[in-house]
Design a binder for this molecule. Structure first.
Ligand code: ASP
Length: 344
């Protein structure tokens, strides 16, 4: 039977609990109150992030928007043919096709992505067009290409002679079989991020910037895992997996074997942990630990790294394996490369 007194008591109690909960949550949310914010600032994955950050910095130091900074920053590795894991010159899939994944996210939560896009040197800019010119978030494959061409992007051959040579070399030993992470079989165990002959197997540029106004944006772009099955998509173009920005809290991005990042919605997890008060490094570490806990045997032989920045301009990273680096550019230092801490 409905008991009015009990109901009022219960409602009052839950309202009080809610108030306490909101109060403690507010206390856990990192605020910038009373602390100097390190801005503008841009961070990005791997050593090749240094050159990308330099391009982003030009935008930031001229009081430009973080969104423009991250787009223009990642143009550098996308156009660099010597970089075989991002954009033009990327290693192809097992069928010899260079398929690119990218996404971008701004301070308002707007985002856009392209998946398995072929023939376009700057997938990040197509992703931005998806964000700005369509009611959608993601376009894939032929549809993404059709959209890019309609937007005036030029169709180009992205398979460079060096990447074609590497692919043909791979074909000699590789069996065509739908095995996840087939490329792992070619790992040089002493140097798990590289193929024999020092060919980059996979790596992504993930970039997060905070502009002079304190607004955050991020970009993530890659050619994905070398010799993947045609049509395979990793974490990099998936909002929440390869990249996530929350302008109240911070941003995160990832690199490494995307399947494990997707499984754990990695970048969103890192941002949510920062919301709970974790430092960027502690949040990245916890996301790595989730991957290890879920699949300990897989984790032993793969690399995944997370990179994050909070609203104060503090940053940090953590990876499964040694060897993950990231680049930082702020008012203090323009070409800083930091070795990320790792589990192994
Ligand atoms: N995360 C990318 C992918 O899975 C590859 C990488 O960053 O190493 O496609």
């Amino acid at each position: 039977m409905f008991n009015r007194r009990k109901f009022i008591k219960a409602t009052a109690l839950s309202t009080a609990l809610l108030a306490i909960d909101q109060k403690s949550m507010a206390a856990a949310i990192p605020t910038t109150n009373g602390k100097a914010v390190n801005k503008p600032i841009v961070i990005s994955t791997w050593d090749f992030g240094v050159a990308a950050n330099a391009a982003a910095w030009k935008v930031l130091k001229a009081n430009g928007k973080a969104l423009d900074a991250v787009e223009q920053g990642v143009w550098v590795p996308e156009a660099d043919e010597s970089n075989q894991s991002v954009g033009y010159g990327g290693l192809p899939d097992r069928d010899g096709k260079v398929t690119l994944d990218a996404c971008i996210m701004d301070e308002l939560g707007n985002c856009g992505a392209v998946l398995a896009l072929e023939h376009i040197v700057h997938p990040i800019s197509v992703a931005r067009k998806v964000m700005e010119k369509t009611p959608h978030v993601m376009l894939a494959g032929d549809g993404a290409l059709q959209f890019a061409l309609e937007q005036g992007f030029k169709k180009e051959n992205l398979l460079t002679p060096a990447s074609e040579k590497a692919w043909k070399q791979w074909l000699k030993e590789a069996k065509y079989e739908p095995v996840m992470n087939i490329e792992n079989k070619l790992y040089d165990k002493a140097s798990p991020n590289k193929l024999p002959g020092n060919k980059y197997n996979h790596d992504t540029i993930g970039m997060i910037a905070m502009d002079a106004n304190g607004n955050l944006s991020g970009a993530c772009t890659t050619s994905g895992m070398a010799y993947k099955l045609h049509g395979r998509i990793g974490d990099s173009p998936i909002i929440g997996a390869g990249l996530y920005i929350d302008n109240e809290i911070g941003g995160a991005t990832s690199t490494g074997v995307g399947e494990e990042v997707v499984r754990n919605v990695g970048s969103f997890l890192v941002v949510e942990l920062m919301r709970q008060g974790y430092t960027p490094e502690a949040a990245c570490k916890e996301a790595v630990m989730r991957i290890i806990k879920k699949k300990p045997e897989t984790a032993k032989n793969i690399q995944v790294g997370f990179l994050a920045m909070n609203k104060k301009g503090e940053y940090g990273a953590y990876a499964i394996q040694q060897g993950f680096t990231y680049a930082v550019c702020d008012t203090q230092k323009q070409d800083l490369v930091i070795k990320g801490k790792s589990y192994y």
